[in-house]
Design a protein around this ligand. Sequence first.
Ligand code: A3P
Length: 303
Amino acid sequence: MDLRSKEEVFNSVSKRPKPVLVEGIPMLRATAENWDLLWGFAARPDDLLISTYPKAGTTWIQEIVDMLQQGGDPQKCARAPTHKRIPYIDLFFPKPMTSGLEDAEAMPSPRTLKTHLPVQLLPPSFWEQNCKIIYVARNAKDNAVSFFHFHHMNQGLPEPGNWDQFLEDFLAEKVIRGSWFDHVRGWWEAKEKHPILYLFYEDIKEDPAREIQKVAQFLGIELTEPVLKRIVHHTTFESMKNNPMANYSSLPSSLLDQTVSPFMRKGTVGNWKEYFTVAQSERLDEICARKLEGSGLFFRTQL
Ligand code: A3P
């Protein structure tokens, strides 16, 4: 589909929709309307699933994983935009555009798939097939700031209001995909029973080579030093910002308006300090301590 016809389809995406609850979790209406289809999704045993709370570094880990799977060849990773290489199973577009679910169904194995679902809403076939899962978590403060900006540039998300209003909704667990706290904790606890590699955005930022090696080991991929170096280079923030197959510039501005805020916005740890007041920061720390108590989960908010 060319960009113009895509533009027309995206114009029919409902703008600034209100969230709809699925099992108590706020979702986009299109996801809620297709819930039975999604819940019945047939995972295959050799599927790899990438799971994150929105804006935790999904696109980054997707590019890292694809580079690993393609032997560190950037040309092969340029075969299609991120969402076509790694379908986002819980995203539904109006017809005639295909949904992430349909793209996944049409894809030959082995597939790599993406989801933002909280752990309790993952289609059961992923557990039944014992699929490998990579989860990336990002500290709540930077995650919230990134989500705030993404709401402003993405017309398909609810109206975020100003920062204070958005943070209220985030803390009240009213934003799309619900509670950040429950999401990161739920997936953390699931790794006790399932093959889940749990990574942190801050760790990847601190030492990408170390974290890429962890992913390679989890996937059973042997890495040579030159390939590792190529992957590190290809997946830096600057490289990805300039990569049309990774920066979402293939989607029309009627959906993602990158002049409002680029998809590849800052790519740092600690940007939250420019948004949170001291009181907001202390409040989030207090909620975080309470919600994550006893889990062993710990987040760094600066490097
Ligand atoms: P910021 O808005 O803080 O810049 P997702 O892919 O889950 O939607 O997450 C997007 C966030 O990850 C954005 O954060 C984006 O800039 C950041 N990101 C994407 N690629 C990155 C990279 N290679 N290095 C660091 N951050 C990256």
